[in-house]
Design a protein around this ligand. Structure first.
Ligand SMILES: C=CC1=C(C)c2cc3[nH]c(cc4nc(cc5[nH]c(cc1n2)c(C)c5CCC(=O)O)C(CCC(=O)O)=C4C)c(C)c3C=C
Ligand SMILES: [Fe+2]
Length: 388
């Protein structure tokens, strides 16, 4: 008989709860993210898919097969209800997080696709074009998204593969992205990882233990958006596939690299001094202007210069082979969860595009925005409040 492990500690995170897992739960090391186009015009078929996805996600995050029959236990004349590559693997900290894109509410001509247009969150629109964006539409947008994170890449890929398989005929994968190394910490219990520029990333992130900050900056509050009360307790998920010209970066002197970021490469300390978690002093003078340059990344995106806005970053490094010039197709798959993209993401991204020294080494090739419904209660399916 198939074992029925229950969520325990680090190995398994409960799928059901007040908020979806995969946001404030500790960032795992691997990502498979997929965006889907809905191919059906039927509201009931869409609901049936969300119900089926909920059951499968609940099972897989417990370390069980996607379907209750199992990968090898079913009839030999039928396709299995699980693809099998996770046989014998534990839950590996798998979290599965679902989101709804603007296209679920209105199609490109503004038509109400599923009777949901009246409940579209006001901030859920295609993100504006930012300077430096060279977006590939085949790596951008989407009606639905699923973020699968785990400490084993096979487990994350298995989750997306099986959810896509279940969705056959109702949704089609529009794009997907693998990530191999977290570039953030979402808990004070985690050490700070490094991005492909070699710098510590995640130091000043919003952390799960900072509950007041999480409530202020991450979760959508009751009354935030009267026509989208169903989103209360949820969040908005921004993805930006950011190519980094790492071969050019690697030829920059260490001092310049540190000036672009505004922190030291070794310890991750602000250039104004101290250690990693010392607050930066942006007014400290240097030999030629402030010691933390005004166009350094941490100065440009800091809450003090962006109306106090913070975000919960949960991105991953990626290398997708090499480009036609022989450089690596590499970068940072930026993911952020915010309470309101209009105040917590768009102004910060605009500030970056306008005056961040880092921009010279970045090209944004993918972009998407999703509303992430709140957690799933017992007996419910994900996003049920939207359809009630
Ligand atoms: C629009 C939001 C942001 C984008 C896009 C972004 C891209 C990006 N960032 C790094 C490297 C680092 N970012 C760091 C801090 C940091 N970045 C953002 C926002 C965006 N970054 C914020 C809000 C912050 C925190 C600012 C603060 O409160 O102090 C850091 C410093 C370490 C840390 O605090 O995490 C690094 C390093 C890259 C390489 C990149 C695009 C590829
Ligand atoms: Fe950053």
């Amino acid at each position: 008989a198939e074992p029925k492990p229950e969520p325990t500690g680090r190995d398994a995170f409960a799928f059901r709860g007040d908020h979806q897992a995969g946001i404030t739960t500790p960032a795992q090391d691997r990502l498979h993210f997929a965006a889907f186009d809905v191919t059906t015009g039927s509201r009931s078929q869409l609901i049936a898919l969300l119900q089926a996805w909920t059951v499968a996600a609940d099972r897989m995050t417990r370390g069980l097969s996607a379907g209750e029959v199992g990968p090898t236990e079913g009839a030999s004349n039928l396709p299995p209800d699980d693809t099998g590559e996770a046989i014998g693997l534990p839950a590996s900290g798998l979290t599965i997080t679902f989101g709804f894109g603007p296209g679920l509410f209105r199609d490109a001509e503004g038509r109400d696709r599923f009777g949901l247009a009246g409940r579209q969150p006001k901030a859920l629109r295609t993100l504006p074009h930012f300077p430096g964006d060279v977006l590939d539409p085949e790596r951008s947008y989407g009606d639905l998204c699923i973020q699968a994170c785990a400490d084993d890449p096979q487990v994350a890929v298995h989750a997306i593969r099986n959810l896509a398989r279940i969705g056959f005929g109702t949704v089609a994968v529009r794009w997907s992205q693998l990530g191999f190394g977290r570039t953030s910490t979402t808990s004070t219990s985690q050490s700070t990882p490094r991005n492909l520029f070699g710098f510590k990333d995640g130091t000043a992130n919003v952390k799960a233990e900072q509950t007041a900050d999480v409530n202020e900056h991450v979760w959508v509050g009751a009354g935030d958006d009267p026509r989208a009360e169903w989103l209360t307790g949820g969040s908005y998920l921004v993805t930006r596939r950011i190519n980094m010209t790492i071969e050019v970066w690697d030829r920059q002197p260490l001092g310049d690299q540190e000036a672009f970021i505004g922190r030291t490469k070794d310890a991750g300390a602000p250039l104004s001094g101290g250690s990693e978690f010392t607050e930066p002093d942006f007014s400290m003078p240097g030999s030629d202007g402030p010691v933390i340059p005004t166009d350094s990344h941490v100065r440009v995106v800091h809450p003090d210069f962006n109306g106090g806005a913070r975000m919960l970053r949960r991105g991953y490094n990626f290398v997708d082979g090499s480009n036609p010039l022989g450089g690596l197709d590499a970068g940072l798959f930026f993911i952020a969860f915010v309470r309101d993209p209009d105040t917590h993401f768009i102004p910060v991204q605009n500030a970056m595009a306008k005056s961040d020294a880092l921009m010279e080494y970045l090209r944004v090739t993918g972009s998407a925005l999703f509303a992430v419904p709140p957690g799933v209660g017992e007996g419910e399916y994900v996003g049920q409040g939207l359809f009630a």
